[in-house]
Design a protein around this ligand. Structure first.
Ligand SMILES: Nc1ncnc2c1ncn2[C@@H]1O[C@H](COP(=O)(O)OP(=O)(O)O)[C@@H](O)[C@H]1O
Ligand SMILES: [Mg+2]
Length: 464
């Protein structure tokens, strides 16, 4: 940037200097020509009035010669040459006609300085030649040229130096950013401590944006780490249980109830298998949402949520509580497909995924409900909505969002033995990820009448 600015300055200064010098030269020369012409026309006026004295009266420094029509000198100012005219008759006539002075070499005519010469015709046909010394002008021009030659490089240097300073101070924060980013890259841990410059400029905006990005990356990395450690933790207890049971059994083979051992080990194995399956499913859903959700469109088909909900609820026939799919008659208001319009709560989706979502919600609800679980399906404008309501203890307001976290178990004292019906805390995480993969959303809210918990999942309706 400094080099570009310096090149621009150089051209600007050169053009400016040339222009200044030439304008000065032209205007000074013109004023000199004017004074020569004035002297000549004063003499011409005397000739026209037939009152020209000898010698011709002129201002000091001015030289005048009067040529007769043949080209001989008839009259001169004091000290002027009487024999050699400064201009020939034809040159003088041309100058007079053109109103243009010309430069003459004074020493050739015995005058020490260069001369500006002009001529004017008098009415009797004679020509008055007037010369004024050029040295005042050339001296001024020399002084100006010296000043320009000496001053321009100094100014140029000064401007270039200031440019260099300004550019440097503008780019210094960028250098600091780069160094800090290099340090962060070296540690591999995203920390949002890039230096933010004071100046309210683009570099500051950049630093703020990058810091924001780094803190998001750090949060994502922390979450990922927590997930890995939670997963390992979750795997440890069934594996330890299997190992302990097998070790005890092998140490005392004779005393062992092998069938009971096999059943326990099998139950632990099922827990492990379900955990692995859930983790895999979540990983797939994550991958799909990271790739914009486009990957799995081919598996999507129209699914009627009312039909699906009835199917899934039917599987809970023998559960410890009633599972009912509500109709408008049992719960007034926003329930079921309005007026039984077929296909009113149809969504474009992956049937297996939606089935799993409902199973996860129903598992929870059945586990916590006291007497009844109610499944509702309704269409609401652009949305199709499924609700699963239970009359259990519910979740305190602060936990409603946290329940969706991976490995979230809000009742931490819950038993974790083999016959614990609860999962690893991935159920609601899968519900939310599935809903979002379908362009929808999931939330929990407290239910009233009867008090309990309601899970609400909505999807964009498939409108044909
Ligand atoms: N219907 C409900 N009533 C009360 N608490 C619930 C209900 N559903 C979920 N929870 C709480 O939310 C937590 C997370 O649920 P979920 O993700 O399904 O995990 P999991 O069922 O494996 O424990 C549960 O551990 C439980 O504490
Ligand atoms: Mg669950």
């Amino acid at each position: 940037m400094t080099i570009v600015a310096a090149a621009g300055l150089l051209v600007t200064f050169a053009v400016f200097d040339l222009l200044l010098f030439n304008v000065l030269r032209v205007s000074l020369t013109r004023s000199l020509d004017d004074s020569a012409r004035q002297a000549a026309s004063g003499v011409a006026a005397l000739i026209n009035a037939h009152r020209l004295p000898t010698p011709v009266p002129v201002a000091p420094g001015v030289t005048v010669q009067v040529l007769d029509p043949v080209g001989r000198i008839t009259n001169v100012s004091p000290g002027a040459d009487r024999l050699v005219p400064l201009l020939s008759r034809s040159q003088a006539a041309a100058s007079a006609a053109a109103h243009a002075g010309r430069l003459l070499d004074g020493p050739a005519f015995g005058i020490p300085s260069m001369l500006r010469v002009d001529a004017i015709a008098a009415s009797d046909g004679s020509l008055v030649i007037a010369a004024v010394p050029y040295n005042s002008v050339s001296d001024s021009l020399t002084v100006v040229a010296r000043a320009l030659v000496a001053g321009t490089p100094v100014l140029f240097g000064l401007f270039t130096w200031v440019t260099w300073l300004v550019v440097g101070s503008t780019l210094r924060p960028v250098g600091a950013l780069r160094r800090a980013a290099g340090r962060i890259a070296g540690t591999g841990v995203p920390r949002s401590d890039l230096p933010v410059p004071e100046a309210r400029d683009e570099v500051r905006e950049l630093a703020l944006t990058l810091n924001d990005m780094l803190s998001r990356l750090a949060a994502a990395q922390r979450k990922q780490r927590a997930l890995v450690s939670d997963t390992a933790h979750e795997l440890r207890s069934p594996i330890a249980s299997i190992r302990a049971q097998l070790e005890v059994a092998l140490d005392h083979p004779g005393l062992q109830d092998w069938e009971a051992t096999a059943r326990d080990v099998h139950a632990d194995t099922l827990r492990l298998a379900r955990l692995a399956e859930d983790l895999l499913l979540l990983a797939r859903l994550d991958e799909r949402s990271a790739s914009g959700g486009g990957a799995d469109r081919s598996r999507r088909a129209p699914v009627d949520l009312a039909v699906l909900a009835t199917d899934v609820a039917a599987r809970y026939e023998g559960a410890k509580v009633d599972v009912v799919t509500v109709s408008a008659a049992r719960e007034p208001g926003p329930v079921a497909a309005p007026d039984g319009v077929p296909g009113a709560a149809v969504v474009m989706g992956d049937r297996d995924g939606l089935d799993r979502l409902l199973v996860n919600l129903l598992d929870n609800a059945v586990r916590y409900a006291r007497s009844t679980v109610t499944v509702g399906v309704r269409a609401d404008g652009r949305w199709a909505e499924v609700t699963v309501t239970d009359d259990g203890p519910g979740i305190p307001a602060a936990g409603l969002e946290r329940a969706f976290d991976r490995f979230a178990r809000l009742d931490s004292a819950r038993s974790r033995d083999a016959d614990d019906p609860g999962g690893a805390g991935l159920g609601l995480a899968i519900v939310r990820a599935t809903a979002e993969a379908h362009g929808g959303a999931a939330r929990l809210e407290p239910a009233t009448e009867p008090p309990g918990l309601r899970a609400v999942v909505r999807f964009p309706r498939h409108l044909t």
